[in-house]
Design a protein around this ligand. Sequence first.
Ligand code: CAA
Length: 379
Amino acid sequence: MNFNLSKQQEMVRKVVREFVEKEVRPIAAEVDETERFPKENVEKMARYKMLGVSIPKAYGGAGGDDLSYAITVEELSKACGTTGVICSAHTSLACWPIYKFGTEDQKQKYLVPLAKGEKLGAFGLTEANAGTDAGSQQTTAVLDGEDYIINGTKIFITNGNQADIYVIFAMTDKSKGVKGISTFIIERNTPGFSIGKVEKKMGIKGSATTELVFENVRIPKENLLGKIGEGFKIAMQTLDGGRIGIAAQALGIAQGAIDETARYLKERQQFGRPIGQFQALQFNIADMVTKVEAARLLVYQAASAKAEGKKYSHLAAMAKLYASETAMEVTTKAVQMHGGYGYTKDYPVERMMRDAKITEIYEGTSEVQRMVIAANALK
Ligand code: CAA
C-alpha cells in the first residue's frame, strides 16, 4: 500500500483542518456541555462539500475517494467526536447504500440532496432485541397494494431526530430469517413515523441518538432499496464501510488527545522543569504516538482497499477494532498525564476519553469486529 497522499487528499486534509480550527474546535466544549446538535456547523459542512466527500459529483457529492472521506472524519474528530460521527453516519450509512443499491430515480430523489448536504441521513437497523444479533429484526414491512406498511421501533439511531431521509431495515418474510429482511427509504414527514426517546449519553453528546417509531407507516413500493430479502446483506455491506468511518473517528479522537498532551507536557512545570522532560511521560507518549500511527495505517489501508474495489470487510473490522481500542487507551493515558487538570473540563481530554468509548461499541462492538476478523482468518 502506498500512503503518499495525492494532491487531492492533501487538499481535503488542509481544507477540513482549516474548517475545524475556525468552526469546530471553538464550539466543541459547549456542544458537549449543552448536549446540542451543532446544526450551524452541519450546514457549513454542506457548503464545504463535506457531507458527500466520497459520492460522485454527478450525484451531488465532492467526487473524492474513500481515503479522502476517512481523512475528513479523522480531522473533524480531532477536535469534536460529535461532528465526526454526524458526518460518518450520514455519509457511510445513508448516502452510500443509496448510491450502491439505489435505482436511478432513488439516487436523483434521495442521494443528490443528501450528498449536497441539503438533507441529512440516518440508518435504522438496531432494535431493542436486535443489537449484535442484527438479523433478529422485529420491525415488519407488509405489502398492501402498491405500498408497504411499516411497524416497529428502532433504537440508538445516530442523527435520529435531525435527519430527513432514513435507510431502515424490516422483516418482509419472517419465515426466511435473515433472508427475509429488506431495506427501505423513509422520509421524515411520512405519517405514522415519529421520534421516540432521545438518549442521554456518556460522550458524543451533541450527536442526536434517538428511537425511531413506525406506526402503520405507509410508503410506496418504489422505496424498497435493493432487492426484496437482501436487506441483511445490504446492512452488512453498509456497515463494512461505516466501520471505516468510525475507525477514522477513533483515530481522530486519539490524535487530538495526543496533540493536547504533547502541548501540556511542554507547558506544565513540576520540580523546576517541563514534565515532558521526565522519561516516564516520554515513554508514555512514545507508545501513544506509535499506536496511533499503526491505527492510521490500518484505517488508510481499509479505506484504500474499498476505493480500489478490493475485499475490505475484514480490513475495516481490523481498523475499527484497533483504532477504537487505541483511542480508549490513548485518551485514558492523556487524562492521567494531565493529572488533576485532566479530570476537569478545563482541558478537552476528559471529553475525548468519554467520546472515545463509543467507538468500541457502535457499528459493531469490538467483539463483533473480532468475530468478523476471525471468520475471515479461519475460512
Ligand atoms: N457482506 C456481505 N454479506 C455478508 C456480510 C458482509 N460483510 N456479512 C455477512 N454477510 C452475509 C453472509 O454471507 C450470510 O449470507 P449467506 O447465508 O448467503 O452466506 C448472511 O449475511 C448471514 O451471515 P452470518 O450468518 O454471518 O450472520 P449472523 O447473523 O451470524 O451475524 C454478525 C453476524 C457479524 C454478528 C452481524 O450480525 C453483525 O455485524 N452484527 C453487528 C451489527 C452492527 O454492527 N450493528 C450496528 C448498527 S448501526 C449503529 O451502530 C447505529 C448508528 O447509527 C451509528
